[in-house]
Design a protein around this ligand. Structure first.
Ligand SMILES: C[S@@+](CC[C@H](N)C(=O)[O-])C[C@H]1O[C@@H](n2cnc3c(N)ncnc32)[C@H](O)[C@@H]1O
Length: 264
């Protein structure tokens, strides 16, 4: 159920809605620093955890796959130092285009410099160059398929990252569990999953379009990960302490580092 402006709505927005109405430029407005947006709040939380995770020396390897990248790269800024190759992915064609625009440094690409500066002040150009070099492919992805990258068959990766994707893509908790299983098939045994997102969120706005979000709780996530064979190594939660931005009704943010897959 979605609460917006006091009314109650229950409309799920799926792949067709993302393909038709998810405007990458409108979404990226959430990630403009200094505008007190939901995205800025999320970045302040997640960038800190990405940095800690990917500089620990433990979460490292040859290949990292980012699931549901959207038009964004914030989730990969720290990771690009620890992996030789990154594969970005998303469901929509327009997100692929927006990401490619940034990768090729084309005019009109989103300016990530303020976010990059937050991660590594003084070394923005080097970091952007490094990330551009490390992202080798942008693939079509559907978390509802048993091989989410179908028809491409990828060798299992050392690490999976996914930020704010599954809660948007899944209509109920059963579908979320299946999607988690689907994406985990892309991971090597003993590889790492870095999963971040929002708790208690039923919708978020992308420009004038409302997208549904699956309401997640910490207990459900712990159970779903454990049932999929993951061992949770870190589970950070930050409860929302403001109500200024009404473009999203989340109650908290989470960041998970998990080790997979221990079950067959
Ligand atoms: C809220 S955005 C998150 C984007 C980015 N990862 C971030 O952290 O800002 C949700 C993304 O999930 C993608 N998505 C929706 N349904 C999907 C599906 N079935 N499979 C893969 N990605 C999907 C959307 O296209 C969109 O880019």
């Amino acid at each position: 159920m979605c609460r917006l402006g006091g009314s109650t709505m229950a409309e799920f927005t799926g792949g067709d809605d993302y393909q038709a109405d998810f405007d990458p430029k409108a979404y990226l407005r959430h990630y403009k620093f200094g505008e007190d947006t939901f995205g800025e709040d999320y970045l302040n939380f997640s960038l800190k955890h990405y940095c800690k995770t990917f500089t620990s020396g433990v979460v490292t390897g040859d290949t990292l796959i980012d699931i549901g990248s959207g038009p964004t790269i914030h989730q990969l800024l720290s990771a690009c130092e620890s992996f030789k190759e990154i594969i970005a992915s998303d469901y929509t064609y327009r997100n692929h285009q927006e990401l490619e625009k940034w990768l090729k440094n084309e005019p009109g690409a989103f300016d990530w410099t303020p976010v990059v500066k937050y991660v590594c002040e003084g070394k923005e150009a080097e970091k952007e160059a490094k990330l551009r070099k490390t992202i080798k492919q942008v693939l079509k992805c559907d978390v509802h398929k048993s091989n989410p990258m179908d028809p491409v068959i990828l060798p299992p990766a050392d690490c999976l990252v996914s930020s704010l994707c599954l809660e948007g893509a899944c209509k109920d908790l059963t579908t979320y569990r299946i999607a988690l299983k689907n994406i985990s098939s892309l991971l090597k045994p003993g590889g790492h999953l870095v999963l971040s997102g929002v708790l208690g969120c039923s919708f978020y706005m992308v420009g004038p379009k409302r997208f549904s979000s699956l309401v997640l709780g910490e207990e459900f996530l712990r159970e779903a990960l454990s049932d999929t064979g993951f061992i949770i190594q870190e589970f950070e939660v930050l409860i929302r302490d403001d109500n200024t931005d009404d473009s999203c009704d989340f109650s908290g943010k989470f960041f998970i580092l998990a080790l997979g897959l221990q079950l067959a």
